[in-house]
Design a binder for this molecule. Structure first.
Ligand SMILES: [Zn+2]
Length: 121
């Protein structure tokens, strides 16, 4: 899955402009000196209510407590969580962030267990 949603439009000279959707506010592309933070940590939720503009330093501080990918993997391997969604909520990260950390670590998605045998009549 892509980390962010892209927008494309023609530049009027036969070329294309590509911009991350979350960097467009009221039709204006934000300058590079500011960053956009996704409040719910879901980088695909670009609803205006989910986005705030931060300076680079403030944004870094906002993410200072984020779990590192190895922490996510460790947490998953503890098997305390029934689903990636549940664990993502616990860690305060998005589900895509969890999936990415696990797949980068070579951990396959957990398969559902075997079906219980049918009762014998
Ligand atoms: Zn952020």
């Amino acid at each position: 899955m892509q980390r962010y949603t892209n927008l494309y439009w023609s530049d009027g000279n036969g070329g294309n402009v590509r911009v991350y959707e979350h960097r467009v506010f009221n039709g204006v592309v934000l300058p590079d000196c500011v960053e956009v933070h996704h409040l719910d940590h879901d980088t695909h939720n670009n609803d205006p209510s989910n986005l705030i503009i931060l300076s680079r330093a403030d944004h870094r501080a906002e993410h200072a407590d984020d779990p590192r990918p190895e922490d996510i993997v460790h947490c998953w391997q503890s098997r305390r969580w029934r689903s990636q969604r549940e664990m993502a909520r616990h860690l305060g990260v998005s589900e895509p962030a969890v999936s990415r950390a696990l797949s980068n670590a070579g951990i396959p998605p957990r398969k559902p267990g075997p079906k219980p045998p049918l009762p014998t009549p």
